[in-house]
Design a protein around this ligand. Structure first.
Ligand code: HPA
Length: 234
């Protein structure tokens, strides 16, 4: 047990999919897993462990933001022997060419967050997802016929912020924005574990396009199938 996870170690699989929202974790378990059970509900940050194509996986909600993702991924990597975490979530787009519905694999993340300074005492603001993991995801996407673009991402602590999107895009070629991948990738680097992130565009900050709840669900299913089919090959 840890301050935030209440189950025994053997109830968490070495392979973990992390949506932000606990209701999404439930949805994924119900729709895609067999023999699943609820293994954590501290703070309603629900986690389910079950089987996908016969392989044990855990779906663990991360909550919103680097602070929350940082806690759960640290505890999973360090106290539950988790080998790989794949975040699945939504993002905003900084480009008219990166449209709502697009499924994206996060390559480099640029963040103004001081998470790495606090966690590692290293003033890192740029970090990369795991290339070996990304290759498996890209190859699996081809096999499943899912179109996935690899993009750089701007990670923010403040959803409501006054960052200059154009400047960030110009400097770091960030096409999207989200709030959890930086802490996940920093933790994975420190713990020598595997981490990556798949996201669908829910809103475009340039054109103002937004997805409704039903449309989000359909995109989400395609991304989850890709995430689960990929992670069981790790
Ligand atoms: N900002 C940060 N995170 C997000 C956004 C956004 O606009 N949309 C979806 N996740």
């Amino acid at each position: 047990m840890t301050p935030h996870i209440e189950c025994d170690k053997d109830l968490i699989a070495p392979l973990v999919i992390m949506p932000g929202d606990p209701r999404r974790a439930k949805y994924i378990a119900e729709k895609f897993l067999t023999d699943y059970k609820l293994v954590n509900s501290v703070r309603n940050e629900d986690a389910y462990t079950g089987y996908f194509n016969g392989v044990k996986v855990t779906i663990f909600s991360s909550g919103m933001g680097n602070a929350s993702m940082g806690i759960y991924s640290h505890e999973l990597f360090n106290f539950y022997d988790v080998k790989a975490i794949l975040r699945v979530g939504s993002c905003g787009s900084y480009s008219a060419d990166v449209k709502v519905h697009d499924v994206l694999l996060i390559d480099n993340v640029y963040s103004t967050s001081n998470y790495a300074l606090e966690y590692l005492n290293e003033d890192i603001h740029l970090i990369k997802s795991n290339e070996e993991f990304n290759k498996v995801i890209s190859d699996t996407a081809i096999d499943l016929g899912v179109s996935v673009k690899k993009v750089n991402c701007n990670n923010v602590d403040a959803f409501y912020n006054s960052l200059n999107i154009e400047e960030i895009d110009k400097k770091y070629e960030c096409k999207i924005v989200e709030m959890e991948s930086f802490a996940l990738f920093v933790n994975a680097k420190k713990c020598n574990k595997l981490a990556s992130a798949l996201v669908t565009v829910s809103d475009n900050l340039v054109t103002g396009e937004k997805l409704g709840a039903v449309e989000r669900e359909k995109d989400f299913d395609e991304m989850i199938k890709l995430a689960l089919t990929s992670i069981i090959k790790i």
